[in-house]
Design a protein around this ligand. Structure first.
Ligand code: NAD
Ligand code: LMR
Length: 325
């Protein structure tokens, strides 16, 4: 039997938390032979609801689930954690941009970054979902100076999956036949949805797709999908967000499929013109837990112009939270 890994989930009594904890305990994220201990963090007012989450997890009788710790103390939640999902934070409502959450959510990521720095395993992998995710990842990592910045990522996988699903549906294939989609930049409506390198059933996607559809249907649909879910549901996406986090961590702890990459927002070291340190989504190949940005892809002038817009937005978010860095 493998040694259990400790997975910390913040905001675990919330919508995404409720959707993701059974998947982790089932083994969908770290493998069906990997025992896990769940450490679940909430604010004090949500501890009764968190107690109920713990009861339900117990009632699932998951063979891999070793222990469930519930707490409102970050130092307890992050103690020795190997994987951290930073979900707990305020979601946006109808008509808001994710960046409208900066002031409300930034202090959470300061506190949790510090707790990760002081208590987590030194090779922890931290995935930030709480919005605006890229800049919250910047805040958390800046407050964890003893943990390498390469151990932090902001979740862009939901956008990646949204694009893959649209392409599969449009061309009548399984999502497994769609590869090499790229989402660049920020998890916001400025994200750049790029199918220039995408393949469908091994063929270049652009040979199979109408360019008008790509520009006027696919791209805006993916960019605005989160807002559309909020408008219809009154709450932000939770099942698809939980699934995307599971996929992202599964690949990050393992390897991306052969001949494919995934979009991950990692701290840039200057690739594709992004400022060093900004959490910027790029195509990434993971080999045995080690992510590597796919460099040197040629981009069109139009693509460069869109990249500039998403980059400028990330710069202005960074400037707005300087006091937290
Ligand atoms: P929710 O309101 O249902 O749940 C959030 C939970 O976080 C609540 O239970 C709340 O009590 C808890 N919380 C608040 N502050 C906390 C703190 N300091 N420590 C621990 N827990 C805390 O929201 P949700 O639908 O689960 O969404 C959570 C976040 O994820 C939001 O910011 C949302 O915008 C974001 N999100 C991101 C993506 C993505 O793709 N990156 C996708 C969906 C949602
Ligand atoms: C999403 O993309 O669904 C999430 O980031 C939630 C939101 O605010 O759109």
């Amino acid at each position: 039997m493998k040694k259990p890994l400790v997975v910390t989930v913040t905001g675990a009594a919330g919508e995404i938390g409720y959707a993701i904890t059974p998947s982790i305990a089932f083994g969908a994220m770290l493998g069906e032979d990997q025992p896990v201990t769940l450490k679940l963090l909430e604010i004090p007012a949500a501890l009764p609801a968190l107690e109920a989450v713990k009861m339900e997890l117990f009632d699932c009788a998951f063979p891999l689930l070793q222990e469930v710790v519930i707490t409102d103390k970050p130092e307890v939640a992050f103690k020795d954690c190997d994987a951290a999902l930073l979900i707990g934070s305020r979601p946006r409502g109808p008509g808001m941009e994710r960046s409208d959450l900066l002031e409300a959510n930034a202090p959470i990521f300061v506190e949790q970054g510090r707790a990760i720095n002081d208590h987590a395993s030194r090779d922890v992998k931290v995935l930030v979902l709480g919005n605006p995710a890229n800049t919250n990842a910047l805040i958390a990592s800046s407050n964890a100076p003893d943990i390498p910045v390469t151990r932090f990522s902001a979740m862009i996988r939901l956008d990646h999956n949204r694009a893959v699903a649209q392409l599969a549906y449009k061309t009548g294939v399984s999502a497994a036949e769609v590869s090499k989609v790229i989402i660049w930049g920020n998890h916001s409506s400025t994200q750049v949805v790029d199918v220039h390198y995408a393949e469908i059933g091994g063929r270049p996607a652009l040979e199979l797709l109408d360019v008008e559809w790509v520009q006027h249907q696919l791209i805006p649909e993916v960019q605005n999908r989160g807002a559309r879910v909020i408008k219809l549901r009154g709450k932000s996406s939770a099942a698809s967000a939980a699934n995307a986090a599971v996929y992202c961590m599964r690949d990050w702890f393992g390897s991306t499929p052969p001949d494919d990459w995934v979009s991950m927002a990692l701290a840039s070291s200057g690739q594709y013109g992004a400022d060093e340190g900004l959490f910027y989504s790029m195509p990434v190949i993971v080999e045995d837990g080690d992510p590597r940005v796919v460099e040197g892809l040629a981009l069109s002038d139009t693509c460069h112009q869109f990249l500039q817009v998403t980059l400028d937005e990330l710069r202005s978010e960074r400037d707005a939270v300087r006091k937290y860095l």
